[in-house]
Design a protein around this ligand. Sequence first.
Ligand code: NAD
Length: 478
Amino acid sequence: MQTRLFIDGRFVPAKSGRVYPVLNPADGAVLARVSEGGPEDIDAAVNAAARAASGPWGKMQARERGKILLKIAGLIRDNLDALALLECRTAGKPLGDAKDEMGLAADTFEYYGGAANKHFGETIPVAGAGLDYTLREPVGVCGLIVPWNFPLVIAAWKLGPALACGNTAVLKPSPETPLTALALAALAAEAGLPEGVLNVVPGPGPGCGDALVTHPLVRKVSFTGSTATGTGIMKAAADGIKRVSLELGGKSPNIVFDDADLDLCVEKSVWSVFYNAGQDCCARSRVLVHRRIHDKLVDKLVARTRKFVVGHPEKKGTQIGPIISARQHAKIAMYIASGKAQGAKLLCGGVRPKGVPAKGHYLTPAVFAGADAEMRIAREEIFGPVLAVIPFKDEAEAIALANDSAYGLSASLWTRDVGRVLRVTRAVQSGVISVNTSSSVHLEAPFGGYKGSGLGRELGLKALDLYSEVKNVFISNV
Ligand code: NAD
């Protein structure tokens, strides 16, 4: 297990000598003592990345860069079980989910490995005598900051396109979940990624993450995390006119009309909010339902929710693991109390299940009915396994409720009426909307948010635009 910072191709201790404990949320055990990066380590990592940008990596053919990314994908697959166990133990996700996510990380490097030599400029018929064309060039050193809920997957979503475009990177994982990012650094070196191209510096937001955002040699900041932190990052990045992309929070609506296939809807809907213990930016935590089928849907949702197996993430059969930390658990408990205090009815869940380790932060999935759009459980991102059901009377009210949010990341729509699908998918302010299913992410398609949910689109070929500059060249023919 790698526990030290990865800078300029080597694992090194923090310059301060500081280490901090990384805990297993399943039982509170100390998994590792990890070097804690500070501003001086960020400075060393950014300088290494800047040197690497002007070294062999900067001159490498796109196809050769792509081959290294394909090797990284292969090495992730070769080490999938070990990586999944590490992710399971740091993030508390059920082992099977962790394996799926390691597979997605590998797929991401594979996709962008293939894309490296398929992202290019264009020739433009301008009104001058000569040839006008554009070049795609790397932005430079990218500061990549990721959260704890999908640690390696989100790192891959940023590193894949950043490296494919020829940039170099300093990755700052969340302090809670740095271990798979450090393991990835070792695999990337084994795959032949030159020294300094990828640096990994775990550490806290203030004192490490902010040093990365404000470092003068960082040209691009890509952040995934909360809207509050993202707002601060955008302001801090303004000083250097740094390129910024943000994947932030959500309060996603799941709109169910009275002609929906209810059984399919219920099965997909519960997973869309309770997967990863609800610690998912796309969690469909607001079910908006036509009042004609409200009671029927609520009964089915509650019956299905009660069946979830909550427990130790390494135990066979577990579907929902622990909450990441005591702090996050307390925040979720506060929202459950606020839902009750504001008059919503808690129909199931929201309690500690029996037979789980004493020091783990477990919570059974909770369903509230009788909620209205003004309640905190309906407006604020809880980032836990809590669902609020709100009735609507017609399509116009459903759209109004869906859009009555500071966020706009994901949405789902359940109906068999094609006309309604066309109207509602247009009207809902959301970067992603799925119809008669609850998927949010397709590796090949753009992903990102409207309004407070972010800026820019990750994944697919669109992500390559975030990590490249466009240079326009005009050559006169005289
Ligand atoms: P967070 O904002 O607290 O932290 C995210 C990352 O930013 C961490 O690495 C943290 O150390 C770092 N950070 C904190 N303060 C910083 C600062 N001042 N400068 C630089 N870096 C700083 O978020 P979190 O609690 O780790 O994750 C949960 C949040 O992330 C939720 O709001 C969730 O919706 C969001 N999220 C969004 C997406 C998406 O794709 N839209 C995906 C996953 C999570």
